[in-house]
Design a protein around this ligand. Sequence first.
Ligand SMILES: [Zn+2]
Ligand SMILES: [Zn+2]
Ligand SMILES: [Zn+2]
Length: 255
Amino acid sequence: MMKITFLGTGTSQGVPLIGCSCEACRSLDFRDKRLRTSILVETEDASIVVDAGPDFRQQMLRQNQTRLDALLITHEHKDHVAGLDDVRAFNFLQEKSMPVYALPRVLNQLKVEFAYAFAEKKYPGVPKIELLPMEGGQTVFFGKLEVKAIHVMHARLPILGYRFGNFSYITDANHLDATAMEAIKGSEVLVLNALQKEEHISHFTLDQAVEVAKASGVPKVYFIHMSHRMGRHSLIQKELPEGVHLAWDGLQVKI
Ligand SMILES: [Zn+2]
Ligand SMILES: [Zn+2]
Ligand SMILES: [Zn+2]
């Protein structure tokens, strides 16, 4: 069995936005409170988190998480990596460094942005991070859980989605090629990013995400990485076809 927990379902600024008084930002519905996008996948063998954005610490606290075997990073944008320093908690708890999987380009960027963690002479207590290169199509096992990286496009930036057994997770994409569509085929559950209704240069819109959801043939699809411009959860959910849902922070799905 696999348990999936949506740790965050918001776009880079989260929802509500600082200083915004739009309907979604003023909403009292807990489903309209979106931390930065991240997900926790747990099996008997492994606890894996995808991306460690600025809300990583809060997300781990909210989950009472005491175990983390690896971090899989989709890409280097700050809303996906800014919280990396807080893997220190798991370094102390587990008395080992944290395996971090990402594209080689992304690993290089982490070395720049968290230079103190990779310095020759480190000050005490810096995060211990083991950088592990991953490319689209490559597979890695965590116990019996097979994870396959999926190459997708985020405007002109190649980034990674991940398939865990029959669960596929794609964030920040605006194009999936035939290989990516093939890679998610046969999944029981698919997670896709859907930013807002209006066109965007680097993210699927709501309509585009619905189209990909339909084309995938996956029976259960959840949308993530939503902007406040998407509007209120309760209103948008009503517009979606059967089997397609807006995810919300704290939602759990079992496969
Ligand atoms: Zn993002
Ligand atoms: Zn707003
Ligand atoms: Zn991004």
